[in-house]
Design a protein around this ligand. Structure first.
Ligand code: GLU
Length: 466
């Protein structure tokens, strides 16, 4: 059997976004599943919209998330001669013709067709005129006038197009530059691609591209057109819905493996299983199982999967992922006397590393402000409680989690206070909010002096009314 070769062919007109990354992932996984090659082609022929910065962002993003290509990427902008040679071959085979129809004529023709309720398409005026190349001729492909072309698609089955609906496509512009479809087809051939996996927005291009392949005598390709990625409102995913760029998700503290897991589920599923790492995907992914319906990207799914992937990390890995997020806040993880215990207790406090780092700040730095809602809800008559507990804590000889729990429960039962009445003010004093591990543990994570200092600060805050 022929070795599978897939490719991801981004146009560098923006940063790598969720939809593009999903396409890259499916291409990668499919190639690896069949022990084939995953290649990249930069489709940068649109000089006005393509930039080197976007190209760099795309390539670096793919590399950073583990989807590196098996060969160096190629750039269409550097391959003009190859496309021209292919066009010449089409001419030599009698499969193309020069056309000198003016823009005015074409506009008029289309307007008339539309008026008659017909699909606007070139009427073939120059097809048999045997015109010579000149400064105002384009080169058109002789598309078969009748019959049909069938796209065999792994996702959508056979898609049939009538050739009469496809007009004679321009393959070279009047300035001699090749058009997008020609470049795309020639490169798939030159790169040895066997399988084209791309977004369904390319379906209507496919029959045209097949005609170019046929005119050049290229072998047939396999196709899989992936469902569009939609936002939760079922509209095509865009910046309106969420960050669309991979870099933004990484910066927000999502794990690469969780991002890939979430993307893999955009249009593909396997029974009840939810958690997939790249290796699982390579084993279990089947392109024929990809659904046709649009796939909804929901950030809450990413949050959920990220939490699962975070919890699967061992402590050391967790800490190395967390470090940069703490460092961004000027915090060194080891600058806490009980760093390991602290991270263990707090590692599931958020769905993202950025969230965990934020939740950890109060254990490393003084509290800059108290959570307003927590203050309103729990601080009203708490000065007496704070003072009482302060005294008991000062007198406590052994500073351990159980002994601290004991102080709290003894006090609560003596005073017959409900748990939150006692615990929340202390929690707020220590962390600024009501989110923290069990209170005995939270207190134990601080040194005694620091706990007393923080309780005093909250008392001052309440008494000064600010
Ligand atoms: N360059 C096209 C795009 O960015 C992809 C073309 C293809 O995969 O054939 O949408």
């Amino acid at each position: 059997m022929k070795k599978v070769v897939t490719r991801f062919a981004p146009s560098p007109t923006g940063t790598l976004h969720i939809g593009g990354l999903r396409t890259a992932l499916f291409n990668y996984v499919y190639a690896k599943k069949y022990k084939g090659l995953f290649l990249i082609r930069i489709e940068d022929t649109d000089k006005a919209r393509s930039t080197k910065e976007f190209e760099k962002n795309i390539l670096e993003s793919l590399k950073s998330i583990g989807l590196s290509p098996d060969k160096d990427p190629i750039n269409q902008s550097l391959r003009g001669e190859i496309y021209k040679a292919a066009a010449q071959k089409i001419i030599d085979l009698g499969q193309a013709y020069y056309c000198d129809c003016s823009v005015e004529r074409l506009d008029k023709m289309r307007a008339e067709q539309q008026l008659k309720g017909k699909k606007p398409q070139y009427d073939g005026k120059c097809r048999n005129l045997n015109l010579k190349k000149s400064d105002n001729t384009v080169l058109r492909l002789k598309t078969p006038l009748d019959g049909e072309v069938v796209v065999k698609d792994y996702v959508r089955g056979d898609i049939v197009f009538n050739n009469s609906e496809l007009d004679d496509l321009i393959i070279l512009r009047s300035d001699g530059t090749p058009t997008y479809h020609l470049c795309n087809v020639v490169d798939d051939y030159e790169q040895g691609v066997t399988t084209v996996i791309r977004g369904e927005d390319h379906i209507s291009n496919t029959p045209r591209q097949i005609h170019i392949q046929n005119s050049l005598g290229y072998p047939k390709l396999e196709y899989a057109h992936l469902p569009l990625v939609l936002g939760t409102d079922k509209k095509r995913l865009s910046k309106r819905h969420a960050a669309t760029s991979l870099v933004d998700y990484k910066a927000a503290g999502y794990l690469d493996s969780a991002i890939l897991n979430t993307l893999a589920r955009l249009g593909w599923s396997k029974g009840e299983n939810e958690i997939f790492y790249l290796n699982d995907l390579i084993k279990q992914f089947e392109i024929t199982e990809v659904q046709k319906a649009g796939a909804i990207f929901d950030i809450t799914k990413l949050d959920y999967l990220n939490a699962q992937h975070m919890s699967n990390l061992d402590l050391n890995d967790f800490i190395s992922h967390l470090k940069p997020f703490l460092e961004n806040k000027g915090i060194k993880v080891e600058n806490h006397p009980k760093a390991e215990l602290l991270i263990k207790s707090m590692r599931s406090s958020s769905n993202t590393f950025e969230g965990v780092a934020t939740n950890l700040t109060c254990y490393y730095q003084e509290i800059s402000s108290y959570n307003q809602k927590a203050i309103e809800k729990f601080i009203g008559n708490s000065v007496e409680i704070l003072n009482d507990l302060k005294v008991r804590l000062i007198n406590l000889e052994t500073w351990t989690e159980p002994s601290l729990d004991e102080v709290l429960s003894e006090y609560r039962s003596e005073k017959e206070h409900p748990v939150p009445f006692v615990n929340q003010p202390i929690r707020i004093a220590l962390t600024g909010s009501t989110n923290s591990p069990s209170l005995g543990m939270t207190m134990f994570l601080f040194e005694k002096d620091e706990v007393i200092k923080r309780i005093n600060s909250l008392i001052d805050f309440v008494q000064s009314g600010s």
